[in-house]
Design a protein around this ligand. Structure first.
Ligand code: NAD
Length: 363
């Protein structure tokens, strides 16, 4: 089978990570008679200079046509400059569910063992909706006037929308993920004691959806986000699938990535009803650009999620076994996976990909 996939190279270390991942995925599917027809497109700071926009229209057109994309990380300037391309892609394509599996692998250094948590993060609402008013703007003044004494006159304001529709579909995604992957429990994470209407709505709708999945034997529980952070640090092995609004999901994704060995091994998928975009949790790590240094594993494991989505189950299994073997041997891995980060035996991005390809071919 030939899979048409949009390949977004990204910026910073993105292009080198994407190239390593492309080679590994091709080796995995080739073994089972499939191949990729990549549509390579550019987004991010580099194309901004020539195209005048970090997200040229052909990128969205390509994803809408192919329905599947693999994406390298893209830099977002802090405070000023263009808004996040990553957020724009998720919003434009209505990729409302961000799935981030965090699993301990033998050979990956971590303080914990036996963790297998999947974060299901809502991707389109909450404080990421982009409804934000600058200090002294007419809108900010209007809102301040609506709440006398509650908001200081020199405040900038962000709006946090949480809808029934958005909550229902993300919680359903979490339960569907649990069902498809033989998981036992879904935990909703919020701060409903403080945000009684927005986060309160999230819990209320989550409970309704949980009722619909009772017959499937999937347990449901709830934690406040602050308590959840402590639970995750103290007893992470107790948690299975976690579902939450956008901001908490962003923060807990990094926390859980830290539990299993860091951003170098944390993959992700952004799913909508008809389209999917696969990318690592980490960013563009621009200080390592063009050094053939950073860990391609998170991007490769995102590719693994893509193989499962494309129903390339055998290729996915072979790829995961190959990655596990390279991790467990601990020889052909990047600096961040060595006990000493200055270990001269650490290999580069491309060489770690070569080692995974060799395992795939030998399988
Ligand atoms: P980052 O994830 O890019 O890097 C933080 C640090 O983590 C790096 O300095 C490096 O030490 C380590 N790291 C990250 N990826 C690694 C890898 N593959 N292998 C080994 N070590 C790795 O986070 P940041 O510095 O906060 O963000 C840099 C840029 O990336 C920002 O502009 C940010 O907005 C953007 N970003 C993009 C995405 C995305 O494309 N989805 C996600 C997060 C951040």
């Amino acid at each position: 089978m030939v899979h048409n996939v949009t390949l977004i190279r990204g910026d910073g270390t993105g292009p080198e990570l994407v190239e390593a991942t492309r080679r590994v995925l091709e080796a995995a599917v080739e073994k089972y008679g499939s191949s990729f027809n990549w549509d390579v497109v550019e987004a991010g700071v580099d194309i901004m200079e020539t195209a005048g926009t970090p997200l040229p229209p052909n990128v969205l057109e390509s994803i809408r046509k192919n329905k599947v994309a693999l994406k390298g990380p893209i830099t977002t300037p802090i405070g000023t400059g263009f808004r996040s391309v990553n957020v724009a892609l998720r919003k434009e394509l209505d990729l409302f569910a961000c799935i981030r599996p965090c699993k301990t692998y033998a050979g990956v250094r971590s303080r914990y063992t036996d963790i297998d948590i999947t974060i299901v993060r809502e991707n389109t609402e909450d404080l990421y909706a982009g409804v934000e008013y600058d200090v002294d703007s007419p809108e900010a003044k209007q809102i301040i006037a609506m709440q006398p004494g509650k908001i200081r006159s020199d405040a900038a304001i962000s709006i946090k929308p949480i809808s029934i529709t958005g909550t229902r579909r993300i919680v359903k995604s979490a339960f569907e993920y649990a069902k498809e992957n033989g998981r036992k429990k879904v935990t909703a994470v919020c701060k409903a004691n403080i945000m009684k209407f927005t986060d309160g709505l999230f819990y209320r709708v989550a409970r309704e959806v949980a009722e619909e999945y009772k017959a499937d034997g999937i347990e449901y529980d709830e934690w406040l986000v602050d308590a959840m952070c402590m639970q995750l640090v103290q007893k992470p092995e107790n948690y299975d699938v976690l579902v939450m609004p956008n901001l908490y999901g962003d923060i807990l994704s990094d926390l859980c990535a830290g539990l299993v060995g860091g951003l170098g091994v944390a993959p992700g998928a952004n799913l909508g009803d008809t389209m999917a975009l696969f990318e690592a949790t980490h960013g563009s790590a621009p200080k390592y650009k063009n050094q053939n240094k950073v860990n391609p594993a998170a991007m490769i494991l995102s590719g693994l999620l893509m193989l499962k989505y494309l129903k390339e189950a055998d290729a996915a299994k072979t790829l995961e076994a190959a990655v596990e073997a390279v991790f467990a041997e601990g020889k052909d891995v990047t600096y961040d996976m060595k006990a000493d980060r200055n270990d001269p035996s650490a290999v580069g991005t491309s060489q770690m990909a070569d080692a995974i390809i060799a395992k795939i071919q030998a399988a």
